[in-house]
Design a protein around this ligand. Structure first.
Ligand code: 26Q
Length: 822
């Protein structure tokens, strides 16, 4: 008998081939002879999406029909990366679909590369949200990711003459096959205007908010399938539109241009992602973005809740809402407004519900990076929320006063309002007061939060604080990005490790197996060769696949110290110039990362790296032993290519500045060794992989603090260290800038006069440590052992572990089985 499979769910080669052809014809409206690569990609993407839909609808229905607790992850950023390969892996149909594509006479890799990656985030925080969505689904935890559907994500970076140029990211240009618009679930959001007190029919005091404008939020849903499970959760991103009725109203009054303008204003709200990874002071549009998506999301939750239950009294048993930093912290005031003003719940009960609902994750230690909004701006945009925040503050400070009578300074420090000069709303305080749990993202970070940034809150409520060390998903960061390594591991220990990463430990048994080491090395070698080819093809630079691949990819920031890495390159270069026959370990320095468009010093660091590259790469004395490449437009897709190709991972932030880091984890999982400071999660990585398998250098956090207290004087290091002096003088002399002595002056001056990040203090320690790296790399077998031990001891850093901890200690959320009936 012939089995007739459904064209939209069947998995046989014949069915998949026909599905691709059908989608090309019926969705793209093309036949093969006139189809573009993108048409074929779209046909393929729809073929895959079709195979997700049953699971997605079953999952949604399961949640609607039961009273299970749903985790809502509120984040202004979701840096998802390409969906196609990830979905194929999680569906378990990668090889089959690849064959179907190839038997259709198409180039699978070429089609895969057609996908525009949704770059709806800046860096670590946005990518963490994406890894957590993968783990939530893979662990079968009911969850919704709520965020913003930016029309333009993080800019595309080009490098011209060594400088960063920003290009608009038109990611939606050719359509997005992974999302479904749900206009029927749109939600109205108010802005501006004023409030009015009144007494309701029962004589209760109430407040109504009469807004200036109303903006409509339209949800766009993307399925997030877990790994080899039926659970497909939803990522719901909101787009701002003008309400339909608006134009008509204005038309009748005759103010056509005014109406069109209102429409433009409304649609501006979700136009573009702010490309900064620290707060930009007082930008009204940014506050509008935050309130817009948070209000849409909370109203959506209330609607879902009332669909399942008839009272909001147990809202916090329906939903656990996680605040990804303070960007959605306005949610605390918004939920109070919705409960008190719109659903007539009394204040005290509403406050209990609110505190039980929210939890807050902090992602930064830099005090200047704590979000605050000028009170005047805030009051104009959200007049009712300002009143609510005053009320929350008054009650909160009442409690503080009861505990610490007459401690006025403490009260001023804790207040939700900063009144030291111009008045500001402190969003971290609002988040802390409105949440039942507060967490940092690595052990050191949480400790420093407790001792420093949120110290007064810790003294008040020590029980609210917990650590949740970050993790990353091994599906995307090993299986998708490094299939050859995954394959080798599968042959040795099966596939359980993909969902239980601690099981990689079993591979320790093979460290003394010479054949296994050879296979391990061969994989790294093959991937390095692939990367070399890619760099040759796309950037016309020759790099030597035998050389040590030394990689620093991350946002460009002074605290991350890409320029310390540059100082080391110049140091090596000087050594070669001094003695051209010196025996150096050949190295390729690979950089990637975007600078915030307004961050002058970060852009100058990019220029410095490119200028050093020019000189080093073209000096015949170097004889190809050193190469420096800055690869433009670092993004998730390029991360997937570069982590598996790295020998050495640069994690060199000033101790106490990097909250966690997550790139550090992706490198190590793929067998790179780390050179790093005792900062963020580096500390825990070193604990796991063993100090003997980690290249440690630099001051500790207490040493950084002590040096700062005593007075850090860069000149002391400059005068005492001739090697360092030579490097700095060479930059100052215009050697890397065609004789221009002004170009890098701001950078050199900052290092010499007021460097918060203490590069010179760590310089010698870094150079010495790099020499240890060289020695270790010369011993191939030793290096391979270290590489293997790094990868197989990374179990702790799976985002599955992190999500389990959040579920147990913060959310009280349980897995829910999704049945697969049609
Ligand atoms: C805020 C207000 C206005 C405009 C922009 C912002 C903004 C946007 C993004 C502020 C911060 C960010 C992103 C921060 C971030 O990525 N932090 C990183 O989070 C990672 C995940 O926890 C950590 O691993 C990194 O250490 C931390 O730097």
């Amino acid at each position: 008998t012939i089995k007739v499979e459904d064209d939209r769910t069947g998995l046989s080669l014949e069915t998949l081939k026909r599905a691709i052809a059908d989608n090309l014809f019926y969705i793209q409206g093309k036949y093969p002879a006139i189809a573009t690569k993108n048409d074929f990609y779209m046909a393929l993407a729809y073929t895959v999406r079709d195979r997700l839909l049953q699971r997605w609808l079953n999952t949604t229905e399961t949640y609607l029909k039961s009273k299970v607790k749903v985790v809502c992850y509120l984040s202004a950023e979701f840096l998802m990366g390409p969906h196609l390969s990830n979905n194929l892996v999680n569906l378990g149909i990668y090889d089959q679909v690849r064959r179907a594509v190839e038997e259709s006479g198409l180039d699978f890799v070429e089609l895969r590369e057609q996908e525009e990656e949704p770059g709806l985030g800046n860096g670590g925080l946005g990518r963490l949200a994406a890894c957590y969505m993968d783990s939530l689904a893979s662990l079968e935890i009911p969850a919704i990711g709520y965020g913003i559907r930016y029309e333009f994500g993080i800019f595309d970076q080009e490098i011209r003459d060594g400088w960063q140029i920003e290009i608009t990211d038109k990611w939606l240009r050719y359509g997005n096959p992974w999302e479904i618009e749900r206009p029927e679930a749109s939600i109205d959001v108010k802005f501006g205007g004023y409030t009015q007190a009144y007494n309701d029919e029962n004589g209760h005091y109430r407040v109504r908010w009469i807004p200036d404008i109303i903006v409509k939020g339209v949800p766009y849903d993307t399925p997030i399938l877990g790994y080899k499970v039926n659970t497909a959760n939803t990522l719901r991103l909101w787009k701002a539109e003008a309400p339909e009725s608006f134009e008509f109203e204005a038309f009748n009054v005759g103010d056509y241009y005014g109406a069109v303008n209102e429409k433009v204003v409304a649609e501006n709200i979700t136009k573009v992602l702010y490309p900064n990874d620290e707060p930009i002071q007082g930008k009204q549009l940014r506050l509008q973005q935050q309130y817009f998506f948070v209000s849409c999301s909370l109203q959506d939750m209330i609607r879902l809740h009332l669909h399942r239950q008839d009272s909001l009294d147990n809202f916090h048993e329906s939903f656990a809402v996680q605040l990804n930093d303070t960007h959605p912290a306005i949610g605390v005031a918004e939920l109070m407004r919705l409960l008190v003003d719109e659903h007539q719940i009394d204040w005290d009960r509403a406050w209990q519900i609110t505190q039980n609902t929210f939890a807050y994750t902090n992602h930064t230690l830099l005090p200047e990076a704590l979000e605050k909004w000028p009170l005047s701006l805030f009051g104009r945009l959200l007049p009712r929320h300002l009143q609510i925040i005053y009320e929350i503050n008054q009650r909160f400070l009442g409690q503080v006063r009861a505990k610490y009578p007459d401690d006025h300074q403490r009260i001023a420090r804790l207040s939700l309002i900063d009144e030291s000069g111009e008045k500001y709303i402190r969003m971290a305080h609002l988040a802390s007061v409105g949440s039942h749990a507060i967490n940092g993202v690595a052990a050191l970070h949480t400790k420093l939060l407790q001792q420093d940034v949120l110290r007064d809150f810790y003294e008040l409520w020590p029980e609210k604080f917990t650590n949740k060390t970050n993790g990353v998903t091994p599906r995307r960061w090993i299986v998708v990005s490094n299939p050859k390594l995954a394959e080798l591991i599968n042959r040795k220990i099966g596939t359980n490790w993909i969902k239980h990463l601690e099981e990689l430990k079993q591979l320790e048994a093979f460290v003394e197996d010479a054949e296994f080491r050879q296979q391990w090395r061969q994989i790294k070698q093959d991937i390095k060769r692939d990367l070399a080819e890619y760099v040759k093809k796309n950037h016309a630079i020759d790099i030597n696949p035998q050389s040590l691949f030394d990689v620093q990819v991350k946002r460009i920031h002074e605290y991350k110290r890409q320029h310390l890495n540059a100082l080391y390159i110049i140091t090596l270069y000087n050594q070669i110039k001094q003695n051209p026959n010196i025996d150096v370990v050949p190295r390729t320095f690979i950089f990637g990362g975007k600078a915030a468009p307004g961050y002058f010093m970060a852009k100058l660091i990019i220029k410095l790296i490119n200028s050093v590259a020019q000189v080093v790469n073209n000096d015949p004395d170097v004889r190809e032993r050193l190469k420096v490449v800055f690869l433009p437009d670092y993004n998730v897709r390029f991360g997937q290519r570069v982590y598996p190709a790295a020998d050495l991972s640069e994690q060199i932030s000033t101790a106490g500045k990097e909250a966690s880091g997550t790139g550090n984890m992706k490198f190590s999982m793929n067998g790179a060794l780390t050179i790093g400071t005792l900062d963020g999660a580096n500390i825990e990585i070193r604990e796991e992989v063993g100090a003997e398998n980690f290249f440690l250098f630099g001051l500790t956090t207490p040493e950084v603090y002590a040096l700062k207290a005593k007075g850090y004087n860069p000149w002391d290091y400059y005068h005492a260290n001739s090697q360092l002096k030579t490097v700095i003088d060479l930059i100052s002399s215009g050697f890397f800038s065609h004789g221009d002595t002004n170009l890098f002056r701001p950078l050199v001056d900052s290092l010499l006069y007021h460097d918060q990040y203490m590069l010179f203090a760590d310089y010698q320690s870094y150079v010495d440590c790099q020499e240890q790296v060289n020695q270790a790399y010369r011993d191939e077998e030793k290096w391979t052992r270290m590489s293997i031990l790094n990868a197989v001891r990374m179990g702790k850093f799976s985002s599955d572990r992190a999500i389990r901890e959040y579920c147990q200690e913060i959310w009280n959320a349980q897995p829910v089985n999704v049945e697969m009936q049609e």
